[in-house]
Design a protein around this ligand. Structure first.
Ligand code: SAM
Length: 279
């Protein structure tokens, strides 16, 4: 009898994954952590019962979260990642040749340890000398008086709903800290989930970012793993417009990102335009 992992997208819709093997199951002070070997997409990380990243389709989300801002900023040398303990985002950030330094601030060291053991496609960045791993809450890290100015800040966190540690990363107080930690022409991007089922996350985050940053843009990609498929990112920028990138041709060859995909990602359906502030 096959074993299935089930994730409830809404009261009337759920996603199911056929499991070949349970690779890991544990509990940290912050969340339950599981790694499932799925038949469709291979080893996959689940936190508090929510599918976070799979070996089979992680490249879509990570390339779009990393390379849209890196292709926009003229000299993205120092990058801060908050969350992202599976390593996939850091891997793609470090594939951009301009990046000299990445600080990865992950609250839960057990996510890093488990990912290093089971998510082999994700984790090369942990052995890259340009990466510094810092175990801390992202909000608390940004309050430190000695942090450097960042060219790009990316939030690759768990969703804000529920009791997990991600909620603080979606608040206006956090966005204000991000703004202060960025260099004068810095860029910010955070994942804002699938608005098909959770429109409030995108709505609240985009309005908060637009209150603080001169430019706020929302873009999207299509990820089979996330409920609804339609997945959004919200960006804030002090100067450079992510929808008008200057350096798309210098990005690495990926499996999803191209200059055309970059530009097309900013074309939004009316149901999304209605949720976000006018740009
Ligand atoms: N890509 C996934 C998604 O969109 O579903 C998320 C990846 S998962 C590795 C996100 C990570 O964010 C988790 O490891 C979690 O521990 C971390 N995280 C959540 N809240 C955090 C916080 N306040 N500070 C730092 N890391 C946090």
């Amino acid at each position: 009898m096959a074993l299935w992992f089930s994730e409830q997208a809404s009261d009337g819709h759920r996603l199911e994954w056929k499991i070949q093997k349970m690779l890991y199951s544990g509990q940290s002070p912050y969340q339950t952590i599981e790694v499932l070997d799925t038949e469709a997409f291979g080893p996959s990380l689940v936190l508090d019962g929510i599918m976070q990243t799979t070996t089979g389709d992680e490249f879509i989300y990570h390339e779009m979260l990393a390379w849209v801002p890196l292709a926009t900023h003229p000299h993205p040398e120092r990058v801060l990642i908050i969350g992202g303990g599976d390593g996939g985002l850091a891997r793609d950030v470090l594939r951009s040749p301009d990046v000299k330094e990445v600080h990865l601030v992950e609250i839960d060291p057990l996510v890093v340890e488990v990912s290093r053991t089971y998510l082999h496609r994700h984790v090369a960045a942990f052995d890259d000398p340009r990466l510094s791993l810092i175990t801390a809450d992202g909000m608390e890290y940004l309050k430190r008086p000695d942090i450097p100015a960042y060219d790009v800040i990316l939030v690759d966190s768990t969703d804000p709903e529920g009791t997990g540690p991600g909620a603080v990363l979606y608040t206006p107080a956090f966005h204000q800290r991000v703004f202060s930690a960025l260099a004068p022409d810095g860029l910010y991007v955070q994942q804002t989930g699938t608005p098909i089922y959770n429109p409030e996350v995108l709505k609240e985050a985009s309005h908060s970012v637009a209150e603080i940053f001169p430019l706020c843009r929302v873009y999207w990609c299509s990820v089979p793993t996330y409920p609804g498929g339609f997945f959004t990112f919200t960006s804030g920028s002090k100067v450079h417009d992510l929808a008008r990138p200057s350096r798309t041709a210098s990005m690495p060859q990926g499996e999803w990102y191209t200059p055309e995909i970059h530009r097309a990602a900013f074309a939004l359906p009316p149901m999304i335009e209605r949720l976000i502030p006018p740009s």
